[in-house]
Design a protein around this ligand. Sequence first.
Ligand SMILES: [Zn+2]
Length: 456
Amino acid sequence: MKRKIVKAERCFLKVSSQKAWGILRSWSLGCTKAYNFALTETLRVLEANRNGEKLGYPSYYMLNRFLTGFKADNPEMYGVPSHALQHAVKDLATAVSNYFIAKSEGDPDAKMPTHKPEHANHCVFLPACRFKIECDEGRWNLVLRHEGRPFRVRFFPNDDFNPDDVTSVRLTRPKVKVGKPVRCDAPLRAKKKWFVSLTHTYEKELDQEALPDLTVGIDRNAGLGNTIVVSNEDGEVQKRYVLPDSIDRLQDQIEKLQKKKDAIVEANGKNYKTRRVRALNMRIAKKHSKIANIRDDFINHVSKELSLMGRRLVLEDLDIKGMTKSAKGTEDKPGKNVKSKSELNRKILASGWGKLGDQVISKGWQEGADVYECPPEFTSQLCATPSCAKKGVMGIRCGKKFYCPECDVVRDADLNGSMNIARIGVDPRYRIKGQTRPTRRDKKKMEEAALQKEDS
Ligand SMILES: [Zn+2]
């Protein structure tokens, strides 16, 4: 079995010469400008459409036609690779279409993209024809061209780096600092480096027989203990992963610091920003990034283990955005249990279940397993004993225990859930045919195609 695999590798870019630094800066600024220009044009076209002119939907192709004129008006844009500019416009077109899809679905959080400030982080996309990779005595160089002349920047890939399958690169510009310099700005200083992310695309020969012949249901549990429980449909493979509790400890520390800061700000007014407040801000930011690191590390390890556990991996198709909606309600209709809901929301978001799902899908694909995403309805209420499951017997859940009156079985509620997921999920309808799950746009397209088929 052959599978197409896309992998990205991110590494430092050493831009030693002032000239190369200047060129890369002008490129990234150019991309940001092209993005902002395309956004202005999009808004103009939409406004004209609203006023009765029929200009059509501002698609990527239409925006690209405008780009030529924009380049002619701005002579400093001539040096910027056109692929990079087109890619920036494409990014915007995707963002706009995502906005319209979200709006049509009635999402209250849907937002039109906004203009990027000049100091924003922006990256320069280059396809394979715009760069060369050369090795000079173990030193890897990226050879780029500016106005016909080549220039080199050094980068530091992993030991098993293969330059042949690199299909594109993205150069990320360091964030430019604005305003007064802050005293303790170590994290910001670290950001002032250039990065390159290299995309490898290749076909890999995979042997599915090498994986154990099992269906594995993965139940991601938030709120109650933050665990992931794994089992097959008979409840045989039982594994439990618990999010490190150091995260809770850091969370408490952040709360304390936040209270300290709030007290200072409250006593001295909103605009009171002394060195002490800034230092507190920096300490809070550092703790947040520490939490993110711990969680990412945990997710990377667990998803790797999960991807090797069986030939069929089943996840729940959780609507994390819907689950974490605030219970606040409106002014006329205040919601109930706002505080406990926000606590639960924090736990769901802190656990990073969405990211874990993405990682399992991607890694499972790379190992040769089939990944399924099944609907999450009733997975925690149904009894997972085969005879009961056929009849659809609902059990009683009490805290962490699950009791079935039909077959008189008491089992762990999470284990019951993962057994149900393993049983329900293996269905060709739910299979994910790729390294990533289909985006909202893809899903919409598939739905429309299915509807058209029904009509005809
Ligand atoms: Zn039962």
